[in-house]
Design a protein around this ligand. Structure first.
Ligand code: H2P
Length: 770
């Protein structure tokens, strides 16, 4: 989890003492990747480090690879936070990040017989040299108990008498900006038992209980939930949310109070960004602290809350919007439930004045969902309490306004904004692709683009230059060699460097359509098999690379992984096919793997059903590295098209407005024969495991093809054919590749963060004195 803090305003005192805060949370901060390589680049000491190490007899690259990934997150959402932290530091914003110091990060994916198995990732096994334990920075976090009404100074107030207290201890992880002295802090919380409770057990000689209690407390920060999206009703998960929110807010408020006697300046100094719904309890916690502990009036506290919070949502799927059962919330956080009811009561009253007694609409917008399991809708809570709500691409925001949060948009159109995601060029070009970095700097005549990404556009001027083409191709070839070596070492499969390296790496999900990719690989295989030998010479050789983790409970995603392996087994061992087609599954996809795969990719696939990917950030990393995109018009791809032009990528598939009608159509009218043929091959056991794959096939045929694999198949094959054709003309391909990198500037997280700073938080950079 993460929660960041930034100072509003830009006085020296704000900067040095980091008084005020911008709260930003994405469940499980991290997927930050290795720290050493990023830190030495941002500090500008990479060459000195490499020299010093070589004098000691070590190679810098070899040493850097020894560091394990801190995989404290699930996918794009968590990695986005890491990119934005890098940008916040680089652009001199006085920011703090907060997160949970999970002992076990995202599971390690191990493949046995083609099936995914999950193993714990105990990333702290050999210590973490980057963190500084702050034993003196710790806060009690309370759970359970009861609420009693008491009278204080003649006024009645609510007092929460907790049933359990756990201590949150801070671990700081510095994040240096590039080309600046500004270094921001990522503060991660570890749960430790509350000292007093522990002592009591020892005093009564109850040694075992003391140990059990210790473990019970430590459990809160011990393991990251591997599925971000479907975790209703899990008490531990809710405990993690609150533990994280409570500790971070205590820290933020404590720092604010160090320099202020009252809360008048709180909204002036503090901006809190709810990064998805996971930290939404923060709005309730601020109300509780201000009203119950600081004894502000309800209206004054509410006024502050409405000024400090803004909310980013990262999904389009209504089922992914978090809901917490009232019973669970009421038992774990009884006072918070009361506050939520009060917020909702006030909101409903206000709404009735605006829309009348439209009960349908009132119940849809209510924070409390009635039904078999009465629940709290965390997204509604976040919207009601935030001054700004944003999606993560323009298309996503449109969908929020017209579908997901339509009622709220009609009520408060001024709240809705969009902030297209971005990724940091420091990690995704400078660290992961040093030769491309050097080449870009050479042709632009400056390294300034590393801080000022807009300069990349200067490459357009040389897009047809034969010398640049030569050097560009050489860089790409070296990266492909590196990737080919990795593939051989990992899978034993030797791949041809002349083949097109075609990559799809991301979390495995039905809407991301890895299955579509695999079915088209089967189609390609089938075509090759049925060709005359002479015709085969015309086939453009491909190495298809797939990677990604399936959430442990997500059966369909796990079957897709198995199918990928079953198909690979067949294709890779078919002498008829040889180098014309290879399929490789890269296990345990993480940042370090991405750093190797992305620079070596010729083509990358972002093929979600239109209207399902909120943004997508992988596409931006590939784009920066000069990899061509084969994509649907979904999420941020729509904006990428505007930057580089449709002619420089391979676009296919239904547009977002066509999707509803296509879903209505009978499947026989929409799936082409080739589609039925490849699905039949899977059904008939061509790749074995006939029974096991049956449900996968059933899910894309008949009326159940919700993600429209069948209806997009024909245009997908056309786009694949267009990619093949372009690849044959290497000069054309290289030009498209240069133009991709040149047009990637808009997708830097520097731009995103500046946008948030200006239009959401109202903060300015705070230059660090030299
Ligand atoms: C999610 C969305 C992406 C988005 C990312 C960051 C949850 O990531 O699905 O569309 O780009 O957040 O905003 P992911 O699917 O990679 O887990």
């Amino acid at each position: 989890m993460i929660l960041n803090s930034i100072s509003r305003g830009k006085t020296q005192s704000v900067y040095t003492s980091c008084l005020s805060s911008f709260l930003w949370h994405s469940l499980a901060f991290g997927i930050s990747g290795r720290s050493l390589s990023n830190s030495v680049i941002n500090l500008g000491i990479r060459d000195q480090c490499a020299d010093a190490l070589s004098q000691l007899g070590f190679e810098y690259e070899v040493l850097a690879e020894q560091e394990g990934d801190a995989a404290l997150g699930n996918g794009g959402l968590a990695r986005l936070s890491a990119c934005q932290m890098d940008s916040l530091a680089t652009l001199d914003y006085p920011a703090w990040g907060y997160g949970l110091r999970y002992q076990y990060g995202l599971f390690r994916q191990v493949i046995l017989d083609g099936f995914q198995h999950e193993q714990p990732d105990y990333w702290l096994n050999f210590g973490n040299p980057w963190e500084i334990e702050r034993v003196h920075v710790s806060y009690p976090v309370k759970f359970y108990g009861t609420v009693e009404e008491e009278t204080l100074n003649g006024k009645s107030c609510q007092v929460w008498l907790p049933g359990e207290t756990v201590e949150a201890v801070a671990y700081d992880n510095p994040i240096p900006g590039y080309g600046t002295r500004n270094t921001i802090n990522l503060r991660l919380w570890a749960a430790k038992p509350d000292g007093q409770y522990d002592m009591e057990s020892y005093n009564t000689g109850d040694y075992i209980n003391a140990v059990v209690n210790r473990q019970r407390a430590e459990t809160i920060s011990s393991v990251l939930y591997p599925d971000d999206r479907s975790h209703q009703g899990k008490e531990l998960r809710l405990k993690q949310h609150y533990f994280f929110v409570s500790a971070s807010l205590q820290d933020i408020i404590r720092r604010f109070k160090d320099g202020h006697n009252n809360f008048d300046d709180f909204p002036e100094k503090i901006a809190l960004q709810l990064n998805d719904t996971h930290p939404s309890l923060a709005v309730v916690e601020v109300m509780r602290v201000l009203v119950d502990e600081e004894h502000l009036g309800w209206d004054q506290a509410w006024n502050i809350v409405c000024k400090i919070f803004s909310f980013t949502t990262h999904t389009v799927l209504p089922e992914a919007l978090e809901k917490i059962p009232v019973d669970l919330l009421g038992s774990l956080l009884p006072r918070h439930l009361q506050i939520i009811y009060d917020i909702n009561f006030n909101f409903m009253e206000e709404l009735k004045k605006r829309i009348g007694l439209d009960f349908n609409r009132l119940s849809q917008m209510s924070i409390v969902e009635e039904g078999a399991v009465k629940s709290i809708r965390m997204a509604n809570l976040s919207i009601v309490c935030s001054h700004t709500v944003n999606g993560v691409s323009r298309m996503h925001s449109e969908l929020l306004k017209t579908r997901v949060f339509k009622d709220f948009y009609e009520l408060w159109p001024h709240k809705f904004q969009y902030k297209t995601n971005g990724v940091t060029q420091r990690r995704w070009i400078v660290v992961s692709n040093p030769s491309l970095c050097a080449l870009i700097s050479k042709w632009l005549g400056t390294e300034a683009w590393i801080r000022d990404i807009d300069l990349l556009i200067g490459l357009q001027e040389f897009a047809a230059d034969a010398d640049l083409h030569q050097e560009w191709k050489m860089v790409r070839k070296v990266n492909k060699m590196r990737l080919a070596e990795y593939i051989e070492a990992m899978s034993g499969v030797k791949v041809s460097l002349d083949a097109m390296f075609d990559v799809q790496i991301k979390r495995i999900h039905e809407y991301k359509r890895q299955l579509l990719n695999i079915l088209s690989i089967i189609h390609r295989y089938d075509c090759i098999k049925n060709m005359e030998k002479t015709q085969r010479r015309k086939v453009v050789p491909r190495v298809c690379i797939v990677g990604g983790k399936a959430a442990p409970g997500y059966e369909v995603a796990k079957k897709i992984i198995k199918l990928c392996h079953a198909v690979a087994e067949k294709i890779n061992n078919d002498a008829d096919v040889g180098d014309l087609l290879k399929l490789i599954f890269v296990p345990d996809y993480n940042v370090s793997v991405a750093e190797l795969v992305i620079p070596g990719a010729d083509l990358s696939q972002h093929i979600s059903t239109a209207g399902h990917e909120a943004s997508g950030t992988g596409c931006m990393k590939f784009l920066m590295n000069g990899c061509l995109l084969l994509a649907t018009a979904d999420g941020s791809t729509v904006e990428i098209i505007e930057e580089i032009g449709e002619e420089n990528m391979f676009l296919f598939g239904a547009k977002v407005h066509e999707v509803p009608a296509l879903r209505e159509k009978s499947s026989d009218d929409k799936a082409p024969l080739q589609f039925s043929r490849v699905v039949r091959m899977v059904r008939d056991g061509h790749f074995g495991f006939k029974d096991y794959f049956k449900s996968l096939c059933d899910g894309v045929e008949g009326d159940s093809d919700f993600y429209l694999l069948g209806s997009d198949f024909a245009s997908y094959l056309e786009a694949q054919a267009a990619a093949d054709k372009a690849f044959v003309d290497q000069e054309k391909w290289t030009q498209m590749s240069i133009l991709s990198t040149a047009g990637s500037g808009r997708f830097s997280s520097d731009r995103t963060v500046e946008d948030y700073a200006e239009t959401t938080w109202g903060i300015e950079p705070c230059t660090c004195p030299s």
